[in-house]
Write a protein that binds this ligand. Structure first.
Ligand code: HEM
Length: 126
């Protein structure tokens, strides 16, 4: 029997949907983030991030079926992401995972990943 994925372990679709919904509430509330998002409707971006994270953590592979290879650095290249934007993104994500119904250890695992991933997407050093 295969080991349970982290996706299943933390509660699957419902928990990822909740985290990403709260994250986008934070994006809407922070002009530093909101102004970077090209579309007026953040709904589709919310679905993309949710599908990506579900896939990354061992859940359904809808992201790649709909979007292909993630190539996150390439997909972020057109947005100017400096340290301030990285910190704003991480702050919105921190609030979102703080409210998720998961254990401290699970929260730490998500957080370490988000810090690493956000650092890797910084593309402005001026
Ligand atoms: C897309 C900003 C970090 C995953 C986007 C978009 C923006 C953005 C403006 C376009 C929205 C859209 O999909 O239409 C940022 C900023 C970050 C950041 C400012 C700060 C470092 C991250 C991190 C992850 C991530 C850490 C993953 C852990 C994604 C995904 C998409 C996306 C999956 C959709 C890509 C696609 O399929 O087109 N991001 N992002 N982003 N971001 Fe980020």
């Amino acid at each position: 029997q295969p080991a349970q994925s982290f996706y299943d372990e933390i509660g699957g679709h419902a928990v990822f949907t909740g985290i990403v919904a709260r994250f986008y509430d934070g994006v809407r509330a922070d002009p530093r983030l909101r102004d970077l998002y090209p579309e007026e409707d953040l709904g589709p971006a919310e679905v993309r991030l949710r599908m990506f994270l579900e896939q990354y953590w061992g859940g359904p592979r809808d992201y790649s079926e709909q979007r292909g290879h993630p190539r996150l650095r390439m997909r972020h290249a057109r947005f100017p992401i400096g340290l301030a934007e990285r910190d704003a993104w991480l702050s919105a994500m921190r609030s979102a995972i703080d409210e998720a119904p998961i254990t401290g250890e699970q929260r730490d695992r998500l957080w370490d990943y988000f810090v690493m991933a956000a650092d890797s997407l910084v593309n402005q050093w001026a």
